[in-house]
Design a protein around this ligand. Structure first.
Ligand SMILES: O=C(OP(=O)(O)O)[C@H](O)COP(=O)(O)O
Length: 265
């Protein structure tokens, strides 16, 4: 009760509205360099540690407090959110878990090793599938190891049948995320301090909406795991103030951005 009251008072005293975006901690599939998409890969042991010692620790040392959390239906996003809230001692916060914040559906690339794919089709084709705004992986087939797990997942039961993707480009993902961005924006402009724990492509889709980046600009953005990205908005006008601020060690963040951009080993 006291904590809730303290949160409300500090909220009223806040001079700006805040949104923090975060890509979940490293997943087992990130670790193995596999395309993941809608497959529900758990966090790796390192990802759990990242959520605590990088995401939560940096939020804590920057004095960040929140009123509401958004995450996807995938456990790597939900678990990262839970770990952070526990570290920040605010597990009581409301969490909205929305399928529209699921990672981009990687179609039949789901479960495929990025380096092996590059050896077969060339780096240019793989980077086209990964980062080109209209790069569309081949649709997932019933022979894909993860087809039935994804289609039958009880977590995706409320996905309308005509919106259930078999593959997605960045453009399709940006459009899918758009209604949730409108909800988040409404919250933020009301003064609700929002933490959104999402995925690489969904973070990029939200960044495109927040910063109004062009298609070419967003193709070059790469999001490291567990690094909080802070946006401040003018409370009166709702205008974005300044640029995004990545919390944490600058050298580490730059190295991780480059690692995400590369196809890897
Ligand atoms: O599932 C994925 O993203 P996630 O680990 O953020 O959920 C993708 O496989 C990330 O791969 P990409 O960086 O090649 O787009």
């Amino acid at each position: 009760m006291f904590k809730l009251l303290k949160q409300k008072v500090s909220n009223l005293m806040a001079k700006t509205n805040r949104l923090v975006l975060l890509r979940h901690g490293e997943s087992e599939f990130n670790l193995k360099n596999l395309f993941c998409g809608w497959h529900d890969a758990p966090l790796s042991a390192g990802g759990v540690e990242q959520a605590r010692s990088i995401a939560a620790a940096n939020l804590k040392s920057a004095g960040m407090e929140f009123d509401k959390v958004y995450c996807s239906k995938l456990s790597r996003s939900k678990r990262t959110a839970d770990l952070i809230l526990s570290e920040l001692e605010c597990s009581f916060l409301p969490i909205v878990s929305d399928w529209r914040l699921n990672e981009r559906h990687y179609g039949n690339l789901t479960g495929v090793n990025k380096r092996e794919l590059a050896n077969k089709y060339g780096e240019k084709q793989v980077q086209h599938w990964r980062r080109n705004y209209d790069g569309l992986p081949p649709p997932i087939e019933t022979s894909n190891l993860y087809f039935y797990e994804i289609c039958n997942s009880s977590d995706f039961q409320n996905v309308p049948i005509d919106e259930f993707p078999l593959t997605e480009s960045m453009r399709m993902c940006v459009d899918r995320v758009s209604p949730v961005w409108e909800e988040i924006k409404k919250d933020v402009l009301k003064g609700t301090r929002v933490l959104a724990v999402v995925h690489g492509t969904v973070a990029r889709a939200l960044i495109k909406h927040v910063e109004g980046l062009s298609e070419e600009q967003i193709e070059k953005v790469n999001i490291p795991n567990s690094v909080p990205i802070v946006y401040e908005f003018n409370m009166a006008t709702g205008q974005l103030i300044g640029e995004s601020k990545y919390l944490g060690d600058v050298k580490y963040i730059e190295e991780m951005k480059q690692k995400v951009a590369a196809i890897g080993d």
